[in-house]
Design a protein around this ligand. Structure first.
Ligand code: NAI
Length: 409
């Protein structure tokens, strides 16, 4: 038997929640997918009903995608988080079900870096305090304790996407940049790599944190580290709230050891906008407090829409899992004139042997075969002769170790 048509694109159903950017809809529309886009999140029960015949689900941070929801979503091929975090999804369960989850880790890099430049200038010129005073009708023109940032040392901790981007922008503003990362990184421009965190803390006029949240970065900056910082220096944190011990930072500001701080992230943040947020940093002089808006710009939202929609589309069309957060990564080339079969299986010994036996028993010709694995699953991609591909697909799907098997083209 041979059937050479794959699932028609115009029958692929996309459900997008939480007002995802129109840039994502543009990507899916070009593919001829059926799109349903809602402005709001859905509670798990309602979501469970709505996703039963959906192939692609797109959410932002408010929709909880539980194991139960995923278990009922029998047709779901892939899931996109149009944001940075993926805590709202049971990604481990999605992995076991063979559903790759994508997010947009880099779309707001530039937005965060620009905010840091604004805050460095804002701290150096005590802009928050001056603005608050004039709003209150108080005219207080001062130069004492206000500085240009030109020639000052910016210490960047965590020289990843944001850290590097910031290093480039800060140099354009005339700053000298010293960075520390736990792994060796190529310095951008004239940025200089420090040998240790201590070196950065001791030399920098401004210390800006850009590390991820890990057990090693938890409370990375506490009383001892703050004491190592230069007298009159500034701390900026737009990474994750748990990286800094907030009461220790408040003490360092109160004592005058630090001349100011800019904080965008907190150990505990409200789930929704509203009144009543409290932090020990409130009311301290020259402290810029923002509600986790580092990456919140219209440009970043548009870029997130494009980035995630393209990842989802590439997975559906070609099996590509580059940048999936819970899945072995494959980035396959297209082999014209072949049929592509994708198989997700439990990662136990002997699976590849069984699959290859099926292929050779059916005298199928393998043009290309790529396997990537993680601790739980294997993700196998095979490009085969068209003649036998449906038979091969059925036989592979019936293996006891197979989780999902799909013909692409
Ligand atoms: P990234 O993964 O590109 O870079 C992080 C860097 O930190 C890597 O180079 C890594 O090697 C380094 N690192 C990890 N552990 C370290 C340690 N113990 N000591 C020194 N360096 C260490 O991440 P990206 O995109 O630059 O983001 C950085 C942080 O910014 C993340 O925490 C992210 O969640 C946060 N973020 C905050 C936003 C906001 O709205 N405030 C928006 C976007 C990201």
């Amino acid at each position: 038997m041979s059937v050479t048509t794959s699932f028609p694109k115009n029958q692929i159903k996309v459900l997008l929640l939480e007002g995802i950017s129109p840039t994502a809809l543009d990507v899916f529309a070009t593919e001829d997918f059926q799109i349903e886009a809602l402005k709001t999140a859905l509670a798990p029960e309602e979501l469970g009903k709505r996703v039963r015949d959906v192939h692609i689900l797109g959410i932002r941070s408010k929709t909880q995608v539980t194991a139960e929801v995923l278990a009922g979503a029998k047709r779901l091929l892939t899931l996109g988080c149009f944001c940075i975090g993926t805590n709202q999804v049971d990604t481990a369960f999605a992995n076991q079900r063979g559903i790759p989850v994508f997010n947009a880790p880099f779309s707001n890099t530039r937005s965060v870096a620009e905010l840091m430049i604004a805050e460095i200038v804002g701290l150096a010129r005590q802009l928050g305090d001056r603005s608050r005073e004039v709003h209150a009708g108080r005219w207080r023109k001062v130069a004492l304790g206000c500085f240009e940032i030109r020639g000052k040392v910016l210490g960047i901790v965590g020289y990843g996407h944001i850290g590097r981007q910031l290093g480039v922008l800060a140099e354009a503003m005339g700053m000298r940049v010293l960075f520390f990362d736990r792994t060796a990184k190529l310095p951008m421009g004239n940025n200089v790599e420090a040998g240790s965190l201590e070196e950065v803390l001791a030399q920098a006029d401004f210390v800006s944190l850009h590390v991820p949240e890990t057990p090693q970065t938890r409370e990375m900056i506490g009383a001892a580290e703050l004491a190592r910082m230069k007298q009159g220096s500034y701390l900026l944190n737009a990474s994750r709230g748990t990286v800094v011990v907030i009461p220790a930072l408040a003490d360092a500001l109160r004592s005058g050891h630090l001349a100011g701080a800019a904080v965008d992230v907190y150990p505990e943040e409200p789930a929704t906008n509203g009144e009543g947020f409290m932090t020990p940093l409130q009311g301290l002089p020259n402290v810029l407090l923002t509600p986790h808006v580092g990456g919140s710009t219209e440009e970043a939202q548009a870029a997130i829409g494009r980035e995630v929609a393209v990842s989802l589309t590439k997975f559906v069309n070609a099996g590509t899992t580059t940048s999936a957060v819970n899945f072995p990564v494959i980035e396959p080339p297209v082999n014209p004139g072949t049929h592509r079969i994708l198989n997700v299986h439990r990662n136990v010994p002997g699976v590849l042997r069984d699959i290859n036996r099926i292929v050779s028993d059916m005298q199928a010709n393998i043009q290309a075969q790529i396997l990537a694995t993680d601790a739980n699953i294997g993700y196998l991609l095979m490009d085969l002769d068209q003649d036998v591909s449906v038979d091969v697909q059925k036989a592979i799907a019936s293996l006891e170790t197979s989780i999902r098997t799909r013909i692409l083209f």
